[in-house]
Design a protein around this ligand. Structure first.
Ligand code: NDP
Length: 246
């Protein structure tokens, strides 16, 4: 990508301060994107990302808000998108509140659905009009193998991640003609804080590549979907799972 400031592209990475989101931010910054990195409340982690991104010669705006709060999302993003339309939107924010459905509380159900699925609506709703006006862009939603396969103890999480797949497919049908390409990336077991309590010896027998994934494995595909010029992949869900779901 060119370094001319007037033609630089912005990537909005939602939940970009830690784990997979951070790797996505760094990968897109390496590709030359200026970054808008959102997060909820861990300012220290976000500042670290900003420092790393700035060493790569692009800018990094930190934008804290709770994705589940429609008004807060709008207030944070609406003034920005009036000035600049992001070229890429990566919806990566996600949480788990695992429990068997038998014991799952309404709070556990609601927290996960509000963050993982409502958040996608709230953020995309806030920026889509500017992308449609620009008549170009890439949207990538980070789902999960749990949303494709189901997972005991994750009825809430799997529902939210399967919901993202349906939402992104439908959005792809709405905005494809406007040159906005929409896809879903569905990671399997990736080494992050979200998964550090899962014992590797239980997981590895299920993974033909015989290793856990790395955040960079996910970031590399997201980067491809956001930068590749010759892209005819649209409305698809692509697994990054070492063969877990083949
Ligand atoms: P992390 O917990 O490491 O990071 C989550 C990011 O989302 C942080 O930036 C966090 O900000 C932000 N975030 C969480 N909740 C909110 C909220 N309500 N409002 C705004 N921002 C929020 O997650 P991972 O890197 O492990 O996972 C990233 C994505 O990948 C998630 O969607 C997850 O479901 C998915 N995934 C992960 C897998 C894995 O193995 N790790 C496997 C499959 C999918 P802050 O730090 O400020 O709270």
């Amino acid at each position: 990508m060119t370094s001319d400031a007037s033609s630089r592209k912005v990537a909005l990475v939602v939940g970009g301060s830690r784990g997979i989101g951070r790797a996505i931010v760094v990968r897109l910054a390496r590709s030359g994107f200026d970054i808008w990195c959102t997060y909820r409340g861990n300012h220290e982690a976000a500042e670290e990302v900003r420092k790393e991104v700035e060493t790569l010669g692009v800018s990094c705006d930190l934008i804290p808000f709770d994705v589940s709060d429609y008004e807060a999302v709008r207030a944070a993003l609406a003034p920005r998108v009036e000035e600049t339309s992001p070229y890429a939107l990566v919806y990566n924010a996600g949480i788990t509140r695992d429990n068997l459905l038998m014991w799952m509380s309404p709070d556990e159900w609601n927290a996960v659905l509000r963050t993982n699925l409502d958040g996608f609506f709230n953020v995309t709703r806030a920026v889509l009009f500017s992308m449609l006006k620009a008549r170009k862009g890439r949207i990538v939603a980070i789902s999960s193998a749990s949303g494709q396969l189901g997972q005991a103890g994750q009825v809430n999480y799997a529902a939210s991640k399967a919901g993202l797949i349906g939402a992104a497919r439908s959005l792809a049908r709405e905005v494809g003609k406007k040159n906005i390409v929409v896809n879903v990336v569905a990671p399997g077991f990736i080494e992050t804080e979200l998964t550090h309590e899962i014992p590797a010896e239980k997981v590895l027998p299920l993974v033909p590549l015989n290793r856990l994934g790395r955040a960079e494995d996910v970031a590399s595909l997201v980067n491809f979907l956001c930068t590749e010029e010759h892209l005819y992949i649209h409305g698809q869900t692509i697994g990054v799972n070492g063969g877990l779901a083949v």
